[in-house]
Design a protein around this ligand. Structure first.
Ligand SMILES: CC(C)(COP(=O)(O)OP(=O)(O)OC[C@H]1O[C@@H](n2cnc3c(N)ncnc32)[C@H](O)[C@@H]1OP(=O)(O)O)[C@@H](O)C(=O)NCCC(=O)NCCS
Length: 164
């Protein structure tokens, strides 16, 4: 483990995403999602200086996650584990890391949206204390028609945090 500041410990294999990672990221993105992000979506996130992290095992990129923070609110924009490495705890570990990282950027709440049919992601989010607070009907394109988006949020404040 390498620690860059007192609040955030960066696990082995974690590093910020770079433009040079986009080729490998896009391969993984297209394997993991029926409706993947484009190269432009990723490069826009990097140019906007959103926090984007990759997880590498040996030379293989196995997961990545991206979030933004504005006025105390973090938004998880993408969280993806290679299909050949899923169900090993990587998604949970990466999401917990993103939450800890967002907290060091003064985020007090975190938001995300997910397809209604994405049982794996919903189970992960709910296991980490995310609560569904809204639904957007027919928000995403789907294979057999449009699909609802479920909106989740979670507070990042501990009971021990001083009032802001
Ligand atoms: C969602 C995703 C990130 C989960 O990553 P993962 O590394 O496979 O998940 P983990 O091994 O850390 O699992 C953590 C918990 O999530 C839930 N979970 C994960 N995969 C699941 C599945 N296929 N079915 C049901 N629950 C699942 C379980 O509660 C699991 O805990 P458990 O293994 O003790 O039961 C991964 O499936 C993925 O990348 N999917 C494609 C991209 C995607 O949909 N991203 C989310 C967009 S909103």
């Amino acid at each position: 483990m390498m620690s860059v500041q007192t609040e955030l410990t960066i696990p082995d294999g974690y590093r910020p995403m770079r433009l040079q990672d986009l080729e490998a990221v896009l391969v993984l993105e297209r394997r993991a999602y029926a409706f993947p992000w484009s190269a432009t979506n990723f490069s826009a996130c990097l140019h906007a200086q959103y926090s984007a992290w990759v997880v590498q095992e040996a030379s293989e990129l196995v997961a990545y996650g991206i979030y933004s923070v504005a006025v105390g609110e973090a938004t998880i924009l993408n969280l993806c584990v290679s299909p050949t490495h899923q169900r090993r705890g990587l998604g949970q570990q990466l999401l917990l890391f993103l939450l800890a990282a967002a907290k060091t950027e003064q985020a007090q709440e975190v938001f995300l949206e997910v397809r209604q049919s994405n049982q794996a992601a919903r189970a992960l989010y709910e296991s980490l204390g995310f609560n569904q607070y809204a639904e957007r009907k027919n928000y995403y394109p789907g294979v057999g028609g449009r699909e609802n988006a479920l909106l989740y949020c979670k507070t990042l404040l501990d009971q021990t945090d001083p009032p802001r």
